[in-house]
Design a protein around this ligand. Structure first.
Ligand SMILES: NC(=O)c1ccc[n+]([C@@H]2O[C@H](COP(=O)([O-])OP(=O)(O)OC[C@H]3O[C@@H](n4cnc5c(N)ncnc54)[C@H](O)[C@@H]3O)[C@@H](O)[C@H]2O)c1
Length: 405
């Protein structure tokens, strides 16, 4: 493998551009190329002489000085783009959700196997240090058996500036695909398995912003573990009021009440300008110094002998020793952890978020939609490999901060 690893970014929307500072900060990687169909998106990179700018997927695939591609194009393009890049002999990180349908995701897994290249699905919230620490606590046995995972998200997702395809379920739009992908990922990461049964109701509550804007789902896992997920993207109540102000990137930079809704409904500015324009880009850039305590809504993990949640000081644990915390400030988070998984994977380490992992998450997304459409309990019958154990360093970190009972 070439060192540093030459990575390219395909799709320079909010997700693609968010990876740029992480690549620049990681000495194991160099940003070799970017690719986008929008000329304006490429312009920002023309001052970087060592970054090649490609306007087409074919040109990117033909670029021999690229080892891996981070695919952040719209979800409905992921399968086609990932298969083309894998067939060109490059490793792939594909954004969540992995694809729009299970058949597409399966073809991606098959393409990776055929090409003998890595396929990683991310970034999703289980890359965050807070979630990894919670899993290490569960694995330690300190709190007894895992019993329940409850996660409630209240955000402005539906009123953020968006392309119309982002509301179209057939194209992977709406909050089940786009945000459920994070919630399901966390729930499966902590339970280490897939649900046996799912009941769900998807909501389209606001005709001004048609599309799947909310959902509520209940899960039964093996060993009598339950899960409950709720999402509302309608920009009324914000979960950050109950998460110490912490958002999905650990940042506390929250707009004042109803800002996204007001801008979406009253401003005459084109949605594309609000999404890709320079104001939006500089605002996003200012948020790209994430904190460490990422909170994706209110997440409470309950075990036989204690509960956990994300707090200001790290992961808060409530057990017989009292209320104590495990700091996460020395651990890698989010997209940095995603790059770390690729770098380690290239040295032969087992992947956690591989293609089968992303496929299994997608199957749950699809089952939520089916359970809602059929108004019936769905018993998916999935059977997927359990993710690898926590690494020794993380286990040591968690053990070090555990008070005696
Ligand atoms: N992990 C996260 O936190 C996170 C955050 C946002 C988005 N996402 C995911 O990232 C993906 C992209 O979403 P987004 O909102 O960043 O971007 P987007 O949907 O606005 O578009 C991505 C970019 O792809 C470009 N593009 C479209 N077709 C192309 C083609 N054929 N060739 C080259 N470029 C092309 C567009 O011009 C655009 O710049 C989605 O799958 C979404 O779910 C993940």
């Amino acid at each position: 493998m070439h060192t540093p690893i030459r990575i390219a970014i395909l799709g320079l929307g909010p997700a693609g551009t968010a990876l740029v500072p992480e690549v620049d900060a990681d000495a194991r990687f160099t940003l070799a190329a970017v690719c986008d169909a929008r000329a304006a998106a490429l312009e920002a990179f023309q001052t970087r002489s060592n970054v090649r700018c490609h306007a087409t997927l074919a040109a990117l695939c033909a670029d021999r000085a690229v080892d891996a591609v981070y695919i952040a194009t719209p979800t409905w393009m992921h399968a086609e783009h990932a298969i083309a890049v894998l067939d060109a002999g490059k490793h792939v990180i594909v954004e969540k959700p992995m694809a729009v349908d299970v058949a597409g995701a399966r073809s991606m897994v098959e393409a990776a196997r055929r090409a003998q290249r890595l396929l990683i699905v991310g970034h999703s919230q289980s890359f965050e240090a807070t979630i990894r620490v919670m899993r290490a606590v569960i694995d330690s046995g300190r709190l007894g058996r895992l019993r329940a995972i409850n996660n409630w998200c209240y955000t402005d997702w539906m009123f953020k500036p968006r392309d119309q395809s982002e509301f179209d379920r057939a194209l992977g739009g709406g909050v089940v695909y786009r945000q459920g992908a994070h919630q399901i990922d966390v729930m499966r990461y902590l339970t280490r398995t897939s649900p046996l049964a799912i009941q769900a109701m998807v909501g389209q509550w606001d005709a001004q912003r048609p599309g799947d804007g909310s959902y509520s789902a209940h899960f039964i896992f093996p060993d009598q573990v339950t899960g409950s997920l709720f999402y509302s993207g309608y920009d009324h109540f914000s979960a950050t009021e109950l998460t110490f102000g912490l958002g999905p990137m650990g940042s506390k930079d929250q707009p004042s009440y109803g800002t996204s809704r007001r801008l979406a409904l009253t401003t005459g500015e084109a949605e594309a300008t609000r999404k890709y324009g320079s104001v939006a880009q500089s605002r996003r850039a200012s948020m790209l110094t994430p904190g460490k305590n990422a909170a994706f809504g209110i997440l409470i993990v309950s075990c036989e002998h204690g509960d956990m949640r994300v707090g200001d000081e790290g992961v808060l644990v409530y057990d017989d020793a009292g209320r104590w915390s495990i700091p996460v400030d020395t651990l890698s988070t989010g997209r940095a952890a995603l790059l770390d998984e690729l770098a380690r994977g290239l040295t032969g380490a087992p992947l956690t978020h591989d293609g089968l992992w992303g496929l299994a998450n997608l199957e749950v997304c699809v089952a939520i939609l089916a359970a809602s459409d059929q108004a019936a309990q769905v018993r998916p019958g999935f059977n997927h490999p359990v993710a690898p154990p926590c690494d020794a360093a993380l286990t040591g970190h968690v053990n070090h901060h555990m008070p005696a009972i």
